[in-house]
Structure formats: C-alpha cells, structure tokens
Design a binder for this molecule. Structure first.
Ligand SMILES: [Zn+2]
Length: 473
C-alpha cells in the first residue's frame, strides 16, 4: 500500500495520532491553510460537542414533553410545530415543514391469552399494518415454528386453520445484525403463514429483553395472499410457549385485535438549512425521523437522533464560520411505517446536489466506527474525519456503509453519497418499539459523544475540496 505524506499538524492538536491524517487533494480555493483550518475547526466542534447539552434538552422535550407521535397523529402535529421552533432556536434558517399526504394505520384495543393447556394472559402488541380480527375475536390451535425458515420450509398442511407462532429469537449484537437476522419473521410472517392457510400470525417479540413487554413494528402483506391479523407477544410469554412446545403439549390461543388501516392523514418533513457560501447549492443532509411508534416515548427511536443532528448543526451555526456547502437538517416523517417522508423529500429535491446523506436512527449509544459510501477519490476525506474522531474511540470502517433507513432510501433511489456513524446498539433492542423506550434509557454523555462526532463530520463534508459522489456502489 502506498504511503501518503503526513499532513503537518500543529502541536495544539496532540490528540491527532501522528501521520494518521492523509493528505487529501485540494485546490487553490481550499489550500493547505484552508484544509488545516478546517481540521482545526472540526476538532473544535468535536470538543464543543462533548460539552453541549442541546441534544439532551431536545430529546427530553420531544420524547417526554410531546411523547408518542405516529405519523399523522395529534402527537406528530405537535412534534412538527415543536421541531420548527427548536431548529430556529438553534440558529438554523429557512425552517419549513413540507407536507406529506399519506394513509396511516391506527392501533385499537387488543388482547391475547392461551386457553389451553391452561389459561394464561399474554402480553401482546399488534404489528403495524395488521388487519383487525373479527369483532368476536379468534381462537385456534397453535402451530409453533422455531423460526421463519422453518415455516417457509413447511410444505405440509399443519398451519391450516391454526394460529402460526414463530419463535424467532433476536441475538444481542453491537451492530444490530441480530435484529437484521430476526426481523424477517415480523415482515414476512403474515404472508408466509397465510400462504399455508393460517388464520393469524403471532411471533416472539423482535427484542433482546426479558421484560413483560411486547415489541411492535411494521409488517407487510401481499395482495395475492389473504391478509391475516398479526401480533407479537413478550419474550417471557414466548419462553413459556417454547417450554410447552418442547414437552409436546398442544396449545390453543385466543385473541382480539382492533385496528384501522388506510386512514387519510398528513405528516411533514421538517427541514432547516445553514446556508453555505461558495457551494451553497450543494447540501450536506443530516437527518433523523420525527415520528415514533405509539408505544413508549420514542426516546431512543428516534428523539435521540433528532437531538443529535439538530444539536450538531446548531453547533456549526454557533461556531461563527460559515460552511462552504449548505448544512441541511431533515427530520423525516413516517419512517416507521412506510418511508413516506424520505420518498417525498427525494422527489422534491431530486435535482439538488447532495454531498452527503446521513441519518442518526439507532438510539443513543456511543459511536464506535465511521464508514461511508463515496467515490474513491473522496475516501481520504473520510479518513480525515476518522482521524478527528479517533480520540473519541471511533475507528474507520469501509467504503460500503449504509446510512440510517431514510437516508438509505435516498442513497439507493438517487445515488447520493452516504456516511454512516455506527452506534453501539447492544441495548437498543431491549426497548425498541416498546413502552420502555423512554428518556431514562439515555446516557447524556453518550449523547454528547454523538453530537461531537456528527458536528465534526458534517463540517468536514461541507468543507471538502472533493465531491463525495457519485458513490462507489
Ligand atoms: Zn427509528
């Protein structure tokens, strides 16, 4: 591997490891002095972020003050109004709420219980988009499967007329890969069960906790397959059912589930800019999603992300230096159940050059790695970012990163470059999509570390002498 020349670093930056900062290509408009000054400023933003309390204030105001905010709900409307005030208060400009018409799903009352071998109430939550059960409810024998793959491999008639139960376990991992392997049961379970003649689907909650709570989240249907009601039960209840199953004990399950689908509503993308200078027509998009599920406060998912990216932009606004490119905060509507906000943003801003799209949507754990999806010529800029973040325990990943979910939609549809700041998600799926997703789950120090990383990276992306896109896909 070819060694790059060391960038001479001033003694005032002792936290930068020697020779760790490669020399990015730069031109006269952003020469050695400009680059040096940009690295200095990124470090100053990073250090300011470690002391900044704005994110913590924002998270508490949104999660505890406003609370649950499913797209199109009254809570969502309050959050949209609050977010605009909050972003203006951080010194951002052109703050607006772009309407996004959509059809939403609304939860109604629901309950479930085992009726055999013994009566036992189950802690349950309907999955998002679930059709309702008949008014009188449903009761049937349980057809138990250890995981989605076992259900998909079943060519027998066993599921017919029964309630399919998928006991898919979620492995605790730092990077969320355990969730990624398990969540297919939630997405595909109803279709696969209905294809085999089942009357309903129940799953072990897609979560890593052992609490008496159920995890909701979106599921999907296929117009070619009958739509059957779907819900999750708590992990302790799933353990009880696994014990009965292991003993060969037949189970019967009864439940009621009310819900409405396709309710006409409007949500909004809240957008705010910190205008750039010579490259103001290009955007560095840092985002999060404003909506949440109706259970809990949506503190980790995703008030934390809202607080982090808003505070990071606010730090840059307060720093006194105007970025070259426009720093744009986008708080997306309806990430949780359809990505309507991300698609609407992409449609409306398809012609804007995006230097970057990135999203904070994995809770409030500390960032431990930086990866990207940029053109090869821009990778040294990402390496420079990593060098500024190294003192915070952040390592450099690879140039095949995937940003948060809304940003990933934009990256794929528009081929916009992306940055991924990997958070430690070891505990995220203990509370994800549940009533336990509340502000007391957040460590304010870890939140500040996030703000520090986002402020430094956003600044360097805005100042880069190199275009980040089109990315190497
Ligand atoms: Zn989220």
């Amino acid at each position: 591997m070819r060694r790059r020349a060391c960038l001479a670093l001033p003694a005032a930056l002792p936290w930068l490891p020697g020779c760790a900062v490669p020399t990015p290509a730069f031109d006269g408009a952003n020469g050695a002095d400009g680059l040096d000054a940009d690295l200095h400023h990124a470090a100053a933003l990073r250090d300011a972020g470690l002391r900044d309390e704005h994110a913590w204030r924002l998270v508490r105001a949104l999660a505890a003050g406003i609370g649950p905010r499913p797209a199109g709900s009254a809570g969502d409307a309050r959050a949209v109004a609050w977010a605009q005030d909050a972003l203006r208060g951080l010194g951002l400009q052109a703050v607006r709420a772009d309407p996004v018409p959509l059809r939403v799903w609304q939860r109604g009352p629901a309950a479930a219980r085992l009726t055999a071998p013994q009566a036992r109430p189950l802690v349950m939550a309907a999955l998002g988009n679930s059709v309702p059960a008949p008014p009188e409810g449903l009761e049937a024998e349980v057809a138990w499967y250890p995981d989605l793959a076992a259900l998909m491999a079943d060519t027998s008639d066993r599921a017919r007329g029964r309630i399919v139960f998928i006991d898919q376990r979620t492995e605790r991992t730092r990077d969320g890969s355990g969730y990624g392997r398990a969540v297919g049961a939630r997405f595909a379970g109803p279709v696969e069960a209905a294809r085999r003649g089942a009357v309903a689907l129940a799953i072990r909650s897609i979560g890593t906790d052992r609490a008496a709570i159920a995890h909701t989240g979106a599921t999907r249907y296929d117009i070619r397959v009958p739509r059957i009601p779907a819900f999750a039960v708590s992990v302790p209840d799933a353990e009880h059912m696994a014990t009965l199953q292991a003993a060969g004990t037949p189970m019967r399950l009864a439940f009621t589930l009310q819900a409405r689908s396709d309710v006409e509503a409007v949500t909004h993308n809240v957008i705010a800019d910190l205008p750039g200078s010579d490259l103001a027509h290009e955007a560095v998009l840092i985002g999060a999603h404003l909506d949440s599920w109706d259970l809990g406060q949506g503190a980790l998912d995703d008030a934390a992300g809202v607080g982090i990216v808003s505070a990071a932009a606010g730090l840059i606004a307060a720093s006194g230096r105007r970025p070259r490119r426009t720093v744009r905060v986008v708080l997306f509507g309806n990430e949780e159940n359809g990505f309507d906000g991300a698609r609407a943003y992409g449609d409306r801003h398809a012609n804007v050059v995006h230097q970057l799209v990135a999203e904070s949507d994995f809770g409030a754990g500390p960032i431990y790695r930086l990866s990207a999806r940029v053109q090869a010529e821009a990778w040294p800029q990402v390496q420079a970012m990593a060098s500024v973040l190294a003192p915070l325990g952040v390592g450099l990943g690879v140039n095949t990163g995937t940003p948060g979910p809304d940003a990933a939609v934009l990256m794929r549809r528009h081929r916009w470059p992306a940055l991924q700041l990997h958070q430690d998600g070891s505990r995220y799926f203990d509370v994800h999509h549940t009533e336990h997703d509340t502000v007391d789950q957040i460590d304010p120090a870890a939140l500040r570390q996030n703000v520090a990383c986002w402020a430094a990276c956003t600044w360097l992306a805005a100042q880069s002498p190199v275009a980040f896109g089109p990315p190497t896909l």
